[in-house]
Design a protein around this ligand. Structure first.
Ligand code: S3P
Length: 448
């Protein structure tokens, strides 16, 4: 349970934990490589730990160093051991779908299971392409849901047009493509996050993008490499909105990933009138990272649709909260994928916004939110979904009276220190005050 009260403007400087998508991939690609790989700033959230446990069950040696976020993985040259018993992916769709791509190429049978939420998520989207490549997969649950039974073997290359824009489908196919002889291609209708492609290149596996088509040539073994995981912009998103929507706030978020396929949240907030500066300071392992500098103000409504969606898919809960704080009517559409995330996020957002007194209309693929009505502190459910819990704790910072979020253990899947940072931003920090004069000398510029 998490309790939040109306908060004064934020003035501080923070960092966020390592990126979840990148941490999963760093483990998997290191495990497939030909040697020892050091991963720094790894996210020790439950989802990534599910990937680590799964890989250990497959015979990969992974060493965690206490009190640091350093992990050392001994690559297995693409050859895993047959696991004993089922592999538990916990709450993590990324673990199940990406691992399916690798297991499809292993000469043994494996079975992937998950918690109640993951057991309701669609797996046909990876079963189909991996079956076309020659593996035998069966989603044993109702309507193509987990458990996922995989009978791996030798694979053939395919060219596959994905039915939904999804980095998980694309990545499962590309990882399987490492084991085929020839060119495996994925054609996407839009652009999903490209961490797999960037990381494979960093591990010296060439990946080509021609328009919407991404191709890999197999067989290939990633060359062992060290990798530093940048901060997670999806975790930064909560503080971005908390600061951008509160006049008088000033927040610096340092060492955050700024991969252009993930910064949709920044573009959308800027469109809503937010004052955000983005400074790219590092290009490390093929990923961009740097600082986000946010000055609070009054947001205005926008329409979030089409190509906005894949670029900000995990940030829609907090963008809906931003919509409730903005002047005018915010419309979110083309976001039907939200119905099959950790929970039905459209239904969860609509329920919680209404409980806080917001006028919101639910649509099949999104919602319409009438902004700037005063938010009412209330008792809200997380629906077992980390991003719903964290987004509505931020809404609580703007509400009259106390907001209580129930069932917040789920936050540990992606952001174990969320509560600590929430307490910190409410307290403020001296560091920023000392730096303000320097920042003040620069001309304030809106992004783009
Ligand atoms: C992810 C891709 C997205 C995202 C998820 C993480 C990834 O899912 O929502 O949280 O790491 O590849 P889809 O591929 O289903 O869009």
């Amino acid at each position: 349970m998490l309790k939040v009260k109306y908060s004064a403007p934020i003035r501080c400087e923070i960092t966020v934990p390592g990126d979840k998508s990148i941490s999963h991939r760093a483990l998997m690609i290191s495990a497939l490589s030909n040697g020892s790989c050091k991963i720094t700033n790894f996210l020790q959230g439950e989802d990534c730990l599910s990937t680590a446990k799964a890989l250990s069950q497959l015979g990969v040696q992974i060493e965690f160093f206490p009190d640091t976020n350093l992990v050392v993985v001994q690559g297995c040259h693409g050859k895993f051991n047959m696991p004993e018993g089922d592999i538990d992916c916990g709450n993590s769709g990324t673990t199940m779908r990406l691992l399916a791509g690798v297991l499809a190429a292993q000469p043994f049978r494996s079975r992937l299971v998950g918690d109640a939420s993951l057991s309701r998520r669609p797996m046909e989207r990876v079963v189909q392409p991996l079956s076309l490549m020659g593996a035998r997969l069966l989603a044993e649950g109702e309507n193509g849901c987990p458990p996922l039974l995989i009978e791996g073997g030798s694979l053939k290359p395919i060219t596959y047009r994905t039915p939904v824009v999804s980095a998980q489908i694309k990545s499962a196919i590309l990882l399987a493509g490492l084991f085929t002889r020839g060119k495996t291609s994925v054609i996407e209708a839009g652009r999903s996050r490209d961490h797999t492609e960037r990381m494979l290149q960093h591990f010296l596996v060439p990946v080509r993008r021609e328009g919407q088509q991404i191709s890999i040539h197999g067989p290939n073994t990633p060359e062992s490499r060290d990798f530093n995981v940048p901060g997670d912009i999806s975790s930064a998103a909560f503080w971005l909105v908390a600061a951008a929507a509160q006049p008088g706030s000033r927040l610096l978020i340092k060492n955050v990933g700024l991969n252009p396929t993930r910064t949709g949240i920044v573009d959308i907030l800027v469109r809503m009138g937010a004052h955000i500066r983005e400074v790219v300071e590092q290009t490390d392992g093929g990923e961009f990272s740097g600082t986000l500098d946010i000055k609070g103000g009054q947001l205005r409504a926008t329409v979030i649709e089409g190509s906005d969606i894949p670029n900000a898919i995990d940030e829609i809960p907090i963008l809906a909260v931003a919509g409730a704080l903005a002047q005018g009517k915010t419309i979110i559409r083309d976001a039907q994928e939200l119905r099959v995330k950790e929970t039905d996020r459209i239904a969860a957002i609509v329920t919680n916004l209404r409980t806080m007194g917001v006028d919101v209309v639910e649509r099949d693929d999104g919602m319409e939110i009438q902004g700037r009505r005063p938010l009412r502190g209330a008792r809200l459910r997380s629906f077992g979904d980390h991003r719903i819990a964290m987004a509505f704790a931020i809404a609580g910072l703007f509400a009259q009276g106390e907001t209580v979020i129930e069932d917040t253990d789920c936050i540990r899947t992606s952001y174990p220190d969320y509560e600590k940072t929430l307490a910190r931003i409410q307290r403020g920090s001296g560091i920023l005050r000392r730096r303000l004069p320097m920042i003040g000398m620069l001309n304030w510029r809106r992004r783009k």
